[in-house]
Design a protein around this ligand. Sequence first.
Ligand SMILES: [Zn+2]
Length: 298
Amino acid sequence: MKKIFNTIIVFTVFILSACATPAQENKSGMNVLASTTFLADIAQNVAGDRVQVESLLPFGADPHVYQPAPQDVAKIENAQLFIINGAEFEHFLEPLMESAGSQKNIVEASASITPRESTSNEHGVDPHMWLDPNLVITYVENIRAALTQLDPEGAAVYQSNADVYVVKLKELDVWIKAQAQQVPADRRLLVMNHKSLGYFAERYGFEMTGAVIPSFSSNASPSAQQMAELIDVIHEVGAPAIFLDVADNDTLANQIAQETGVKVVYDLHLGSLTDGAPAATYLDMMRHNVTRIVEALQ
Ligand SMILES: [Zn+2]
């Protein structure tokens, strides 16, 4: 009897310790880094329990205007794979990559997606592909290929993890289409802090009416004339709201709201996940944003 009792205890301890093992076991021993939180989450879904993916930027940091810390160079140097968005999103990396060396094993998650280009005389391309989950399928494929190249033994795991996640992205895409239908067609108008929802608007039948900062980056300021133009456009088309990321400075949006009477939505999460709700994962982040947009425009 005592022996059976001991066996039960040993077995229970075994089960408890097995349960206490972290979900990410890092079976491959690889050190994979992503530039920012939502990319780390997308990559983690592909990596599964084979690799732990870390984010260089902390929660809440705006990658457009991030100021790199001294230890960032070391983190990049120590990573066997460094996943970035690309398409001119991570400007803070340009000086870092020079000091970290250019031979790094970098994968651009947005590679092979044709970027939207500016229609004004401003330079640059639109890096915000991740705000269309349909384009994130390409991110997943690029990340899967990079992980597989680095760790060929994990090929089947990465493929099956990617397949599972792509199904979730397609479900999200269908859900967003249904949500967009709840907004009357003449109210599907997006005024943003900067021009962040172009791909989203194209995919789901919205119009990017304007932006407080008429740029693909938050790292710019509007002229008085650009502010006046935006106020005119809002009056003309009857845009119901201005949408800001939680990290955005709201001073100019509040001024415009005072002059036009539109409401300001302050709590979108466009460039970073949150530590817990409402944007703990990329999928949650998108559901939160779409819910807030539809509520404000209905
Ligand atoms: Zn942005």
